[in-house]
Design a protein around this ligand. Sequence first.
Ligand code: FNR
Length: 368
Amino acid sequence: NKPTLDQCYNLLDFEAVAKRVMKKTAWAYYSSGADDEITLRDNHSAFHRIWFRPKILVDVEKVDMSTTMLGTKTSMPFYVTATALGKLGHPEGEVVLTKGAAKHNVIQMIPTLASCSFDEICDAKSGDQIQWLQLYVNKNREITRKIVCHAEQRGCTALFITVDAPQLGRREKDMRSKFEDNGSSVQNDNGDSMDRSQGAARAISSFIDPSLSWKDIPWFKSITKMKIVLKGVQRVEDVIKACEAGVDGVVLSNHGGRQLDTAPSGIEILAAAMPILKERRLENKIEIYIDGGIRRASDIVKALCLGARGVGIGRPFLYAMSAYGLPGVDRAMQLLKDEMEMNMRLIGAPTIADLEENMVDTRAVALH
Ligand code: FNR
C-alpha cells in the first residue's frame, strides 16, 4: 500500500515513502547526520526563520527560471548534488539521477564515491547535458590527478573539491545499523580494508587526505581547465580566502549535517557573509552556492534573494529514486519546477535577476 506517485505532492512526501520502503541500512546511511543531528535538523528549519517581502502588481504572466551556473545555461537554479552510494537506494544507482536530470535540463554533480563507475554515469548522459565532478582528494595525488584529468576529458565542466571532510563525521544511526547488518553492498574501489562496524560512510573513506590545505589549490588549478569550486565552506573568512586563491566558486554547506555537528546552515552562512562580501566588493568575484535542507522552491528563492547563484539538493532526489526510481526523480523535479514558478509569481519576480535582497526579511536570522 505504497502511495502512488501522484499522491506525492512535495519533496518531503518522498522522504516518508522512502523511510517505509528502503532497506534499513540504506535508510540509515542516507538519512543520518553527525552526532546529535542538530545541524541536520537546523539545515531545514533555518529557512523557516526567513520571511518574504513580496512585491505586488508586477507583470508575472511569463516566468523564466533559467539561469547560468559556472558558465553554463541551465533550466532551473538548482543542481543534483553529489551523494555517495546510489545503489544502496536503487539497483541502477546514480544513472537514475543522470536520466532524471537530463529530462529537466538540470546539472548533476557526480560523486567520487558513486556506486556506478564514473564512465557509466558519463555514458548515461544525453545530448549536451552538463555534469560536474565532486572530488574527495586522495592521499595519493597521482590517483587524484588521473581522476581529475579523466573527468575533464569526459566533458565535466567543473570540479567541486570537498573541503569539509578531512575525516568523515560520526553518523551513529549509520554505525548502529551497520553493526546489526554486516551484509550490505558497500563497495570500495580503493582496495583498502573496510571496518564495517564503523558504518558505511567510514568504511569507504579511509583514502581521503586530511592534510589537504590552501597550499594545494594552485596545484589543482595547474592540472585542469575545469572551473574549481570549494564545497563545504562554512565562514565568510574562508569565502574571502577562496576569492584570493582564485577559485571560481564556493558551496556554503555543512555536508547535509553529516560532518561537524552544530556547524551553521548554508543559508545562514550566506545571510551573514553577503553584507561583508559586498562591503569588500567581492560579491561578483566568485559564484556562491549553498546546499543543505532545501526541500521547497521557496527555500531556493530565499537563497537566490540573498545572493546565491544556485543551490544543491541531495537527499530528496535519493529518496525519490529509492521509492519510485526514475519516475520518482522526474516527478520530484517537476514538483520543484511548479513550486518555483508559483513562488516567483507570488513574490513578484518574473526572472531570476528580479530576485533581490529586499524581498526577504532576515531579522529573525540575525537574532537567532
Ligand atoms: C552526501 N554528501 C556528500 N558530499 C560530498 O561532497 N561527497 C559525498 O560523497 C557525499 N555523499 C553524501 C551521501 C549522502 C547519502 C548524503 C545525504 C549526502 C553531501 C551532499 O553533497 C550535500 O552537501 C547534502 O546532501 C545537502 O543536504 P541535503 O540536500 O541532503 O539536505
